[in-house]
Design a protein around this ligand. Sequence first.
Ligand SMILES: Nc1nc2c(c(=O)[nH]1)N[C@H]1C(S)=C(S)[C@@H](COP(=O)(O)O)O[C@H]1N2
Ligand SMILES: [Mo]
Length: 500
Amino acid sequence: MLIGLLGVAAALAAGHLVAAFIDPNASPFLAVGNAAIDLTPAWLKEFAVTAFGTADKLVLLTGMGAFLVVVAAVAGLLSRRSPIPGTALAAVLGVAAVAAVFSRSDLGQLASLAPLASLVAGVMTFRRLHAAALGVQEADSGPHGVERRKFLQGAVGVAVGAGIAGVAGQLIGTRVDVEGSRATVTRRLAKFRDGTTVAGADFAQDGTPTYLTKNENFYRIDTALSVPRLTAEGWSLRIHGLVGRELTLDFDDVMAMDLITRTITMTCVSDDVGGPYISTAQFTGVPLRDLLAKVGVKDGADQVFSTSTDGYTAGSPLEVIMDPSRNAMLAVGMNGEALPPEHGFPARLVVPGLYGYVSATKWVTDIELTTFGAKTQYWVPRGYSEKAPIKTESRIDSPRGLGSVPAGKVVVAGIAWAQTKGIAKVELQMDGGPWQEADLAVQPTKEAWRMWRRSYQLRPGSHTVVVRATDATGYTQTADVADPVPDGATGLHSVVFTTA
Ligand SMILES: Nc1nc2c(c(=O)[nH]1)N[C@H]1C(S)=C(S)[C@@H](COP(=O)(O)O)O[C@H]1N2
Ligand SMILES: [Mo]
């Protein structure tokens, strides 16, 4: 068992160290994890997001680690006499890691050196220690214990070597100074303030979220097991495809353009009715239509296809991006500072009114003008729709579901959203009674959510309240229940609570 575990440790550490010099994502453990995420079908992704939320990545990595420990121990046990089972396991895991690296569009061919290093280190370590252990068995009858000492030295050597290689790989792989680069960008963004006043735009004292979400509280959804480490100085964006003149911009080129700041509510398609994956920030960036004007979009293009440095892709309708009344942007700032690394530093897309998966590419490095017929974005083969405008929805934040509040005056409060249309009306139904209008907070922009509240006099007991929103086009959110797959959940949020 010990030899099996040491073999796996040596393999992972060797691969991690080699990957540090090529691409940290080529590290076999991460590459296999990322490939597993790519293979995840829509239903499993929805389950993971619902069950574990943003901890889904930790769950995956922990599961993989436990799996490796078990198979390594079992392979070691099966190798009591012959080294073949352990060798075979090391080879199979190594080949799986090579396949995982090849499957990732963000990793070049050179990256396969990392899993190859793992394969060699795993097989060699296992066979050497195994031979040494057999030597111990044979010599056990003898008096000196020389073989035993040799084996123990080898085992300790492997453990220490793997530890050093692993730590060195980690230090080298994360040597890029992301925080230094962010601090510089934050300073450069200081002069871009938003004109929007947000006073009176929330009912936070009654339990709604604050109108602007703090960066550290902003929901996070992505497929990246390790957050890409880019700097503004090293970043560039290529715009190409059906364009008159291809263009590659660096960060200074972006900062030299006319930057705008807009308050935008982002929403994830995976949000269940009443769910948490919605947040609002003031984003600073360049309007995408200004960028596209520079390259000259050719007739026939209908899709703006964006790619992240980690290979993630999203496709948005060209007409939405070009819509002059909508602030689709290449964002570089969030709530007055550089984008946090988890939210796409140094640059990402934000398109008001579209779910994140079809629009909001983080760590974006490539924009291609193309057609929906020619290119398919990341989530579409995994069961989601090609086009996904945000649906008119609402959520009750207070009282909490199954919560208890004092009887008497009870304020029911929450959020409603219909980005780019705006919210015109929110109605509540208390205990099966008539629909009654809630008070609305001011709505500084139609690209963000709108808060609402209404107070009731309630007797002690159990109560059920239901909410529905009507947007500025006159459409009232449907009561029909739909899952997040393929293009966003629908249904009415209701909350059961007690008053005492
Ligand atoms: N590179 C990359 N960008 C991405 C994703 C991703 O997995 N990788 N996920 C998208 C999805 S599904 C959503 S909802 C938004 C979430 O952005 P946030 O994490 O900043 O809230 O990012 C989008 N951009
Ligand atoms: Mo999402």
